[in-house]
Ligand binder design. Sequence first.
Ligand code: ZN
Length: 698
Amino acid sequence: MTGKMKRASSLWLGAASVLALTVQSASAQPPVSKAKAADTSVKPYDPSWGFNMSGMDKTVKPGDNFFEYANGTYLKNIVIPSDRASFGPFVILAETARERVQSILNDAGKHPSTDPKTTEEKLGAFYATLLDTAKADKLGATPLKDDLEAVRAVKDPASLAHLFGQAAFGFQYTPFGLMINADDKDPGQYALQLHQGKLGLPDRDYYLKSDFAAKKKAYQAYIAKTLAMIGWPEADQEAAKIVALETDLAKAQWSRTEMRDPVKAYNPMTVAELARKTPGIDWAEFLVSAGIPREGLENRRIIVGEPTALAGMAKILSTADYGTIRSWLAFHLASNAAPYLSQAFVQSSFDFYDHELEGSPQLPVRWKQAVSHTEDAMGWAIGKIYVERYFPPAAKARITELTQDVKAAFANRLAHNAWMAPATRDAAGRKLQNFEIQVGYPNKWRDYAGLTIKPGDLYGNAARAIAFDWQYNLGHLDKKVDRNEWFMTPQTVNAYNDPNQVEIVFPAAILQPPFFDPKGDAAVNYGAIGGVIGHEMTHSFDDQGRQYDEHGRLHQWWTADDVKRFQALADRYGKQYDAFEVLPGVHLNGKLTMGENIADLGGLTLALDAYHASLHGKPAPVVHGLTGDQRVFLGWAQVWRQKLREDSIRNRAVTDPHSAPEARVNIPMHNIDAWYEAFGVKAGDKLYLSPQDRVKIW
Ligand SMILES: [Zn+2]
């Protein structure tokens, strides 16, 4: 598990994150039937002015369930497509982006080369190779041969550490995550970082809590099946041992909530100290194998995320049976590579990760998966063409203007903040002024000249793309951070906040209706994209983001009293989410979702302020019988029109730092006084909170 994404907070758990987590899969299947497609063709918004009133359910009182009132009819009428775990505006835009990328890739493949040299030729060849299922089926498991040989050679701590390091360059597996990211205490500089990595199930709860016993059993069956498919001996017995090993490792790991604490997760040490404090793994061999220079290695600084977890995991691995370890590595290798093998592997991976864990009934058609995998491999090359074709420069200007409005609203809030010490308040104001806002696409593009793509070599192409990406990251070692690098491609329907760079980023693909419609109603736009902008800005002042100062440095710049007062507000707010049931007996985790929840409350508050300021003292126009404030709240609610499958809801309740869509609408709203006035919400209504119970943070 290598990569750049770390503490940057995104707007939602997008398809890309899910793909990365589950190693997505693909196969040729008949296209989804026309009848199913028709069910999802209803636009979640009204293109004539931005808000789709026919999607509301006016039989529900806004004060009883605002999410249902704003979205109920739309949600009742849509059917989640058979190849998806959820549906709504985010997914619709992601599907649109995918179709656009498909057309980019089809064009790139128009003049195929037997020896691709240009980026377009490489894109075309990578995509065409993915579409050739006949060849993949003919090869079966044979592409794994050399990598499986490497797994069979693992027999002692040095060979195990060597293989863990090799995971950075392809499909091999490691339970340790090595990254090169900005240093939290010196954010202008890249630092080497080590974290607990992913096991085969989505979260440690899946191993340790009885709620997930059936999923754990299905995981064991998936392991056995995968081992059998690669001809590994004693597949059933080995699968049981692998699950037992991962259960032990899960016990040693930190929970996602613990991992959210940036101070606890910042443990710089030298590699020599790491070896002393974390015996059982040959760390020097691991790092050298991953491409870290051997010269000066002992004294190289490395920031360890979860030291006690790593120590526990290393100890377990040092006493584990090497036969079990080899089976474990072989399984993960085949499972990681499954999307690039025969359709039997693709289907098997889908059956477990997407059907069993997320509830999706049907494998997406091959071209859709081929687009996703090409994005994984060469996403920035696609992004460059994407913005040339689909991102009008005018949108950039308008969004930049809107972000200034929201920023001004935040500055005003900070200036009038009642609970912060004046010095902290001033520093917070400076932090806001230092904010950089990037829109559409990065100023600099990645160069793919060093990536070798061979027509017909599916497994090799994908492995080389992983290695190419890691080599790029290795190039950052000991260098200064380049602000022109983004964490998300322009065709991603999402946004993020980077605490180290004091920066928020809005990729091109999110700047479309229902988030932003340049011809739409201003109030709806403020509620939607204005809320999203405010959400990302507030991340810099949520329970994590507030710990980074005006220069993106992690250190305590608040007084002890400020912290105490903030914590009291956050705790009260978190309890509202703890109480929220997503399914009978399944609650949100207020601590895991704290940052996102604070950002939702801040985002909506700032959107409303910014809308008011934009009126320059004039009364808000009434549109379609709705007041300005009503349309701001409806604009926010419309963004979260989303339906999820039950398995996906259960999965997200433990893995997703974002709350469920209904909570993202109803909970922030009933803490905002203006919402009560806008919709006449009174005591006795289900969402009613008495004024002293409403939480106001920013
Ligand atoms: Zn967020």
